[in-house]
Structure formats: C-alpha cells, structure tokens
Ligand binder design. Structure first.
Ligand code: 9YT
Length: 134
C-alpha cells in the first residue's frame, strides 16, 4: 500500500504551478505508481478562463469547493460547476474552464501523467514527460 498526504505532497516536487497563471496541481498519484491512472488535487485560480484540449488523455474532474463553469467548444453548452459536480471528458472534449471563485478539484487521468506536465499550445499534455520521484 502507498499512503500520501496532500499537505506533505504540496511541500515537495509534486506541486506543479502552471506558467499560464490559471492553475496549480499537486500530483498525488502518478504513472510511476503503476495504477493505470493518475490522481491530482488541482486549484483553479479565481478569474481563470482558459481552453483545454486533452487529445492524449481522458480526464474526470470532481469539484470539492468553489464555483465556475465548463463549456464544451463543439456545441457551446455551458455546465455550471459547484461542489459535488463531476465532469467527465469521455470524448477528449475540447473545453473552456472558468472559475468565478477559486475551485478545488480532484482530477483523474487515464493514461496517467508522469508528473511534470503543463499544457502545451493546444491545451493538451504530451504523452511523455519528466517523472516525479518519491
Ligand atoms: C481541471 C483541469 O483540467 N485543470 C488543469 C490541471 C489538470 N487537471 C492537472 O494537471 O491536474
């Protein structure tokens, strides 16, 4: 069994701060753990409004706290996000995420992230990235 604590993880190299200023994410469970998925606690900063398109990954996102919305680009449908909302990007959906208040999210990725990924120009993660150790 592996046991980790968010507060401890945030102090080390598992905490990734996005250079675009929209979010930070603490990657609590990664590819190196060999579970077939990764698990992150992500903070979307208040006022963030940005596009994401994970062409290489499926993602589920559960809102723990905060308030915002997610829009699917293909059909322009806007889904409110509040505590308890889970959105599931089962079609690699291109989407726009907006945070009206800071949002704390629990995110699961399949395939798992290696550790150091930040969004590329298309709002995606590459399949391979530098791993986080420990
Ligand atoms: C909700 C979302 O996709 N935020 C961007 C960060 C990502 N979830 C991550 O790397 O944890």
């Amino acid at each position: 069994m592996i046991v980790r604590n968010l507060e401890d993880a945030e102090k080390g190299n598992r905490r990734i701060v996005s250079p675009d200023g929209n979010w930070e994410s603490t990657r609590m469970l990664l590819k190196g753990d060999k579970m077939g998925f990764s698990f992150h606690i992500t903070t979307i900063y208040a006022g963030a409004d940005f596009g994401i398109h994970y062409q290489n990954h499926l993602e589920s996102v559960y809102c723990i706290s905060g308030e915002g919305e997610v829009e699917t680009v293909e059909d322009g449908v806007v889904h409110p996000i509040k505590p308890g909302t889970l959105y599931i990007l089962d079609k690699n959906d291109k989407h726009i995420l907006r945070a009206f208040k800071e949002m704390k999210m629990a995110c699961v990725f399949n395939p798992p992230l290696s550790g150091k990924e930040v969004h590329n120009a298309e709002g995606a993660y590459e399949l391979e990235a530098e791993a986080v150790e420990g």
